[in-house]
Ligand binder design. Structure first.
Ligand code: PMP
Ligand code: GLN
Length: 385
């Protein structure tokens, strides 16, 4: 290949390879137990796989409608009505997306213009800030404070300005496992009342919540939902992260703008899988048990963690557990995570990468969406560290 000297002005100069790619690759190279990138290591329900084959064999292999197969939009609307007692219009208020990532990127692209400010809570999932940057927005960071990672509403109030176009929330929260309560929704409603602020609510772990706590969706709150786009992921709910399937719902005025971007971003998503999920999701037993299913796994992992030199932080939802290692070493978390992978053969995610400024907390994130044998093996390793 000729070696041309392209002068590229990177649109994302700060962005490199994500920590998920890096840590999963290191885990593979070293043969470590991989509790870094968040994905299940167990099988998908064969019934769901059979449904995909059924729809493929029946010839549903061409483009789906742009906003999603109607049966799936209907199934999503029915689920939302059952769980949150609110009706979303299948024609104008629901779009099926290629995972939550595409929904978030397209939503930010559709709504954020040069100079707009977007508030996000750190530690923050990694796809929000680049989407804001590439669209000329300015990210305003609000730090959640350990060990409970609750929102300090006086801080949010201080940072809201006339330029605030969007607040991006995430409950249950990746990477900390913290969840919002009713009070948080009330504070947010109070803060945004009478403003044009749009909420982008990342609720991909809506069904993974522990100790019978209730997921506080913005969908439950009339004033909030009228200004919200809410994002969900079938990858999390049905243990199929590799399918990259999800959806976004919101009021038609905002959804109209979302769809303008969506149709040129992907146009539509995988058709046979949409039909399979539409059948599968109509049985709520296929997802309503997720909280207790993952709570057992969290407890199994934490039994060992509690006997180790790590400190166990609270995790009320998601499939992540934070462990504090300040009693073990002074190393920074990236260094320590790499050393644990190479020397002890257990991979995790250093939490500092989810902050915009250096963070000195000594905390690692472990994914417990794993078979019990994997978690037991991980537990044995923790006890040796
Ligand atoms: N938001 C959060 C908080 C996540 O943890 C993830 C993935 N783990 C996503 C969005 C992206 O979801 P998807 O894989 O459906 O794109
Ligand atoms: N959401 C997953 C996690 O938090 C990773 C997804 C990805 O690799 N981008 O681990």
């Amino acid at each position: 290949m000729p070696n041309y000297d392209f002068i590229l002005n990177s649109k994302l100069p700060k962005v490199g390879t994500t920590i998920f790619t890096k840590m999963s690759a290191l885990a593979q190279k070293t043969g470590a137990v991989n509790l870094s990138q968040g994905f299940p290591d167990f099988d998908v329900d064969p019934q769901l796989l059979k449904l995909v084959s059924k729809y493929m064999a029946a010839g549903h292999n061409q483009y789906a409608p742009m906003a999603g197969a109607m049966v799936l939009r209907e199934a999503i609307a029915a689920k939302i009505e059952r769980l949150y007692r609110v009706q979303y219009n299948v024609e104008s208020e629901i779009t099926v997306t290629a995972g939550a990532t595409q929904a978030i990127f397209s939503a930010i692209s559709a709504l954020i213009v040069e100079g707009d400010e977007v508030i996000i809570f750190t530690p923050a999932y990694d796809c929000y800030e680049p989407a804001i940057d590439i669209n000329g927005g300015k990210t305003i960071f609000v730090k959640l404070k350990s060990p409970n990672y609750k929102v300090d509403w006086s801080e949010v109030k201080r940072l809201v300005s006339r330029k605030t176009k969007m607040i991006n929330l995430n409950t249950p929260h990746n990477p900390t496992g913290s969840i919002w309560d009713k009070h948080d929704l009330e504070e947010l409603a109070h803060l945004t009342k009478g403003t044009g602020i749009i909420l982008l609510s990342d609720e991909v772990y809506e069904h993974i919540i522990f100790e019978n706590k209730e997921h506080q969706s913005v969908l439950k709150h009339k004033e909030l939902r009228d200004r919200s786009l809410v994002v969900a992921s079938f990858g999390k709910t049905f243990h199929v992260t590799g399918w990259k399937m999800g959806y976004i719902v919101g009021p038609s005025s905002i959804m109209k703008e979302f769809k303008k971007v969506h149709q040129f971003n992907v146009f539509c998503c995988n058709h046979p899988m949409q039909l399979a999920i539409a059948s599968y999701i109509s049985n709520e037993d296929n997802y309503l048990h997720l909280g207790s299913f993952y709570e057992e796994k969290r407890n199994l992992f934490n039994e060992a963690a509690e006997q180790s030199r790590f400190g166990v932080l609270p995790s009320s939802g998601t499939y992540f557990q934070l462990l504090d290692y300040s009693r073990i070493t002074n190393e920074d978390d990236v260094q320590f995570a790499e050393r644990l992978t190479e020397e002890f053969k257990i991979a995790s995610i250093p939490v500092s990468v989810f902050y915009n400024t250096p963070d000195t907390n000594k905390v690692l994130r472990f994914c417990f969406a794993k078979q019990n044998e994997t978690l037991e093996r991980a537990g044995e390793i923790l006890l040796k560290i």
